[in-house]
Design a protein around this ligand. Structure first.
Ligand SMILES: *[C@@H]1O[C@H](CO)[C@@H](O)[C@H](O)[C@H]1NC(C)=O
Ligand SMILES: *[C@@H]1O[C@H](CO)[C@@H](O)[C@H](O)[C@H]1NC(C)=O
Ligand SMILES: *[C@@H]1O[C@H](CO)[C@@H](O)[C@H](O)[C@H]1NC(C)=O
Length: 249
C-alpha cells in the first residue's frame, strides 16, 4: 500500500491533514491523522468542507483504529468515480530528461509495441537497453518520481511527487515489478538488490505494467519522470509517457 497510501496522503494533504507514518522506512506502516482542517484560499468557504476529529492514536495499541467524528459537507458539485478505478497502464514513449542535454551516467533507449485497445490483456513488448556507465543501483540511492497529469489539453506538472531518500532499488522492485522482472531480475546475484555498471537489455519482452501499490488511478494521460541518484549525484532521469485505461474483465 506504499504508493497508494502516499498518493492518498498527498491528495488528502491538499485538503489539509497533518499526520505521521510510523516505521516510515520503506515497508508496511500504520498511518494516523492528528488534525483535519481546510486550506481555503482567503478563508472563503469552498463547496466541500470537512469538520472532523479523531481519537488519539495509541502507539501501545497500534492495531486499535482511530475513531472519527464529524462530517463532510458538500454544498455543490458531484463526487464521481466514473473516471477513476482499476486500470491497465501502457507506455507510449520512453525518453530521458537529461539537464542541458548532457548524458547522465544511466541512460535508457527503449521502444514498446503499440497497445491494442481491442486486446487489452495482451502485454506490450519492450525492446532496448538500460546502460549504466558508472554508479550502483542499490538501496543507498534515492529515487524521486514526478508524475504530470494531463487534462483540458494541458499538462499539470508535478501532480504527484514521491521521494524516497534511500532504498531506490527496493522501491523499484516493489513498485514497478514488471520492469524489474524484465530488466534486472535475471542479473540479480543472490537475491541482492544491487546492480553494477553494465548494459541491461531486453528483446521483445512482454512487460506487465502493474503497480501493485496503486490499485486504482484516474484514467488518462501521464508523464512519469523517474530520477535516481546518490547524494548530490544524479544518475538517471528517465521519462515515460503513459496512459491508464479502464481495466476490463
Ligand atoms: C458539521 O460539523 C460542524 C462542526 O461540528 C457543525 O458546525 C456543522 O453544523 C455540521 N454540519 C452539518 C450539516 O451537520
Ligand atoms: C500482470 O500482473 C498482474 C499482477 O501480478 C496479474 O494479475 C495479471 O494477470 C498480469 N497480466 C498479464 C496479462 O499477464
Ligand atoms: C542501446 O540501444 C541503442 C538503440 O538500439 C543502441 O544504439 C546502443 O548501441 C545500445 N547500447 C548498448 C550498450 O548496447
Amino acid at each position: 500500500m506504499i504508493m497508494a497510501s502516499t498518493l492518498l496522503a498527498l491528495t488528502l494533504c491538499s485538503a489539509g491533514i497533518q499526520g505521521k507514518a510510523i516505521n516510515s522506512v520503506i515497508g508496511p506502516f500504520i498511518a494516523y491523522a492528528e488534525r483535519f482542517y481546510m486550506c481555503e484560499t482567503d478563508n472563503q468557504p469552498l463547496l466541500w468542507r470537512w469538520f472532523l476529529r479523531a481519537t488519539h492514536f495509541n502507539p501501545l495499541r497500534p492495531k486499535e483504529l482511530q475513531r472519527l467524528t464529524g462530517n463532510v459537507t458538500a454544498t455543490g458539485g458531484l463526487l464521481d468515480d466514473s473516471d477513476w478505478g482499476p486500470y491497465i497502464a501502457y507506455v507510449e514513449r520512453f525518453y530521458m530528461c537529461e539537464p542541458d542535454n548532457r548524458p547522465l551516467p544511466w541512460r535508457w533507449v527503449l521502444r514498446a509495441t503499440h497497445f491494442n485497445p481491442f486486446k487489452p490483456k495482451e502485454l506490450q513488448r519492450v525492446t532496448g537497453n538500460l546502460t549504466f556507465s558508472s554508479g550502483l543501483l542499490d538501496d543507498s540511492d534515492w529515487v524521486k518520481v514526478i508524475v504530470d497529469t494531463r487534462s483540458n489539453n494541458q499538462w499539470k506538472e508535478n501532480a504527484y511527487v514521491l521521494k524516497f531518500n534511500d532504498h531506490a532499488c527496493r522501491a523499484i522492485k516493489v513498485n514497478i515489478p514488471g520492469f524489474y522482472e524484465q530488466f534486472l531480475k535475471k542479473r540479480e546475484v543472490k537475491g541482492a538488490c544491487l546492480f553494477r555498471p553494465g548494459v541491461y537489455e531486453t528483446n521483445d519482452a512482454p512487460l506487465n505494467w502493474t503497480f501493485p501499490n496503486v490499485p486504482a488511478l484516474p484514467y488518462g494521460q501521464y508523464r512519469f519522470r523517474l530520477m535516481i541518484g546518490k547524494a548530490k549525484n544524479l544518475y538517471a532521469c528517465f521519462v515515460a509517457d503513459a496512459r491508464a485505461v479502464p481495466k476490463t474483465d
